[in-house]
Design a binder for this molecule. Structure first.
Ligand SMILES: [Zn+2]
Length: 62
């Protein structure tokens, strides 16, 4: 089984809560969450000053 998005080999066992995708990232992309901006908004509402780590993580993902 391969991830429908990135075509990487995917773990389809119960251990993989994102199946049939390889990761949360691919699952979110497929759901259109990133395209609609929902994912970014969810993190963007957090105050940057109070959560510098979240901000860095978000930057890395994009
Ligand atoms: Zn993938």
């Amino acid at each position: 089984m391969r991830c429908p998005l990135c075509k990487k080999p995917t773990d389809i066992s119960k251990n993989n809560r994102f199946r049939p995708f390889c990761s949360e990232r691919c699952r979110l992309v497929d759901l259109g969450t990133w395209a609609s901006g929902d994912y970014r908004v969810a993190g963007g509402k957090v105050d940057d000053k109070e959560h510098p780590d979240d901000r860095r993580k978000s930057k890395f993902l994009h």
